[in-house]
Design a protein around this ligand. Structure first.
Ligand SMILES: *[C@@H]1O[C@H](CO)[C@@H](O)[C@H](O)[C@H]1NC(C)=O
Ligand SMILES: *[C@@H]1O[C@H](CO)[C@@H](O)[C@H](O)[C@H]1NC(C)=O
Length: 492
């Protein structure tokens, strides 16, 4: 999974896209419906600038006002500590290196007794003395008991490096534009790489609809409705297809992701049976509550459940038309290794009274020797996340050349027409990124266009109708006057 390029594409593009949407939305909200806090900060910044122009005071003098320092972004912490204009967190920290160090008071108590704390003056003296002592103690490294010092780590003291970007219009536009360029480049790259894939789909059922967005674009689908129980189609290979060629089936729509369906193959469903346990009586009824998925006329199904009962059992045979030689479909690497390792036929298989084993249910696909370890079955039991199912049957180890005719023999067994599912046989010579990735590159293209549109909207707002700093855009949001706000702040 870590080696799959799609994982990395998603891991990078989705957060980037989400960030662009988030910051543009936040910027536009601030532009049209600013909240009170933002306005207060803006007015403060304005006032600070005026102050600076009016009087050139030394910074120490203006410290009580603390307006000079409030040019950076404030946090909610500042608003929670009123008393004049909002202050930055930094202002609350005593700059003395030993501030907050309780060991001084402890050692002061030890050396001078509690009487020393009677007046502020003596306290001051004792602390000064204690400070000197503690310094000398440190120097001489004399023995001292364990001190209750606060945790000095960077994490506890909130000194871990951090970045907080203040998103102004310019940064929002460049971020959105930049992400747009990245997504566009990725989209172009994917569609280039995807062109190396050769995919031929044979659509052999009657229905025709698709549940996956963007998927239809650029796919070559040969319609070849098949009505007899076994039908043979002729396929003209449109391009050279290098080996290996994946042979896959595509069911659309087929909701393997539906909760009931997933559960029927999970631990609460047929999974114990798949790993070699025989369930009976109440236990079996609990795991497979629906009678139709549990019992047949010949006995009880093994494994039971909806998922095992809806196994896709159409069969396919491929022959070269020129010599009628059958192309061998190698099934050896269809299912995942881990799945196969965990699956086990139960003790006593294939004997057992009143049991309908898999090879009896799906005789054309699953042999007696394989049972639940059949590759195609094991792969089927791993539910597909999307509303359409695309699973492998096997692979051809020999190449097909352009212009060649292939005879495709299809055995129709899966009752698709009753549940309105379309079926396709897909032959695919994969590209470095799997298939042709049309859907993904389309998605990325639209996403990059959306980023640019957002950047454009922000740019237009900035150029044509920028909100004046410190004022709400609409009258009804006017905030309290300065005098009022400072009064209320002082009361707290
Ligand atoms: C094929 O599978 C379907 C359900 O998965 C089942 O109803 C049908 O009887 C099977 N047919 C054969 C011939 O195995
Ligand atoms: C099937 O493919 C596997 C590798 O994927 C290979 O080891 C095996 O020999 C192939 N089987 C046949 C019969 O060609």
């Amino acid at each position: 999974m870590v080696r799959s390029p799609h994982l990395w594409i998603c891991a990078i593009t989705l957060p980037a896209l989400a960030m662009v949407i988030d910051i543009s939305k936040a910027h536009l909200l601030n532009e049209f419906y600013p909240d009170r806090a933002a306005l207060v900060v803006e007015q403060l910044m304005l006032k600070t600038k005026e102050d600076e122009v009016d009087v050139e005071q030394p910074i120490v003098r203006s410290l009580p006002l603390r307006s000079r320092l409030v040019t950076r972004r404030l946090s909610s912490y500042d608003f929670a500590h009123p008393g004049g204009p909002p202050r930055h967190l930094r202002d609350f920290v005593n700059p003395h290196p030993t501030a907050g160090d309780l060991s001084l008071i402890e050692s002061g108590e030890r050396s001078h007794g509690s009487q020393a704390f009677e007046t502020g003056r003596t306290l001051g003296n004792s602390i000064t003395r204690a400070l000197e002592e503690s310094h000398s103690e440190e120097d001489s490294q004399s023995e001292a008991g364990p001190l209750n010092l606060p945790d000095g780590s960077g994490f506890a003291q909130q000194k871990i490096p951090h970045i907080q970007v203040e998103w102004n219009a310019c940064k929002v536009i460049s971020a959105a534009g930049g992400v747009g360029v990245m997504l566009f480049a990725l989209s172009m790259l994917l569609s280039q790489l995807g062109q190396q894939a050769v995919e031929v789909s044979i659509h052999y059922s009657l229905e025709r609809h698709s549940s996956v967005p963007f998927a239809e674009a650029g796919r070559k689908v040969l319609p070849a409705p098949c009505q007899a129980e076994v039908c043979t189609l002729e396929l003209l290979v449109p391009e050279d297809m290098p080996a290996p060629i994946h042979v896959m089936y595509h069911l659309d729509p087929f909701y393997q992701n539906y909760p009931n369906y997933i559960q029927s193959g999970s631990r609460k469903g047929a999974w114990p049976q798949l790993t070699g346990k025989i369930l009976s009586g109440d236990e079996l009824r609990k795991h497979c509550p629906v009678t139709a998925t549990r019992e047949s006329a010949h006995g009880s199904f093994f494994p039971c459940g909806l998922q095992a009962g809806s196994f896709f059992n159409d069969t396919f045979k491929l022959r070269r038309a020129k010599d009628l030689k059958e192309l061998f479909i190698n099934e050896s690497s269809v299912a995942r290794e881990d799945d196969l390792k965990r699956m086990r036929n139960p003790p006593g298989y294939p004997h057992g009274e009143d049991m309908e084993w898999l090879f009896m249910r799906y005789p054309e696909v699953i042999s007696l020797a394989e049972g639940v370890k059949n590759q195609r079955f094991a792969e089927w039991m791993r539910p597909s996340a999307l509303p359409s199912v695309l699973k492998r049957i096997g692979q051809l180890d020999e190449p097909l050349s352009k212009g060649e005719t292939i005879l495709v023999e299809i055995g129709l067994r899966f009752p698709a027409s009753t549940i309105d599912v379309e079926k396709e046989l897909v032959l695919l010579s994969p590209s470095p990124i799997g298939g042709s990735s049309h859907a993904l590159s389309r998605f990325l293209l639209y996403a990059s266009a959306s980023c640019w549109v957002l950047a454009l909207i922000v740019l237009l707002c900035e150029k044509c109708c920028k909100r004046p700093l410190g004022h709400p855009r609409f009258e009804r949001m006017r905030i309290a006057q300065d005098s009022e706000s400072s009064e209320s702040d002082g009361a707290v």
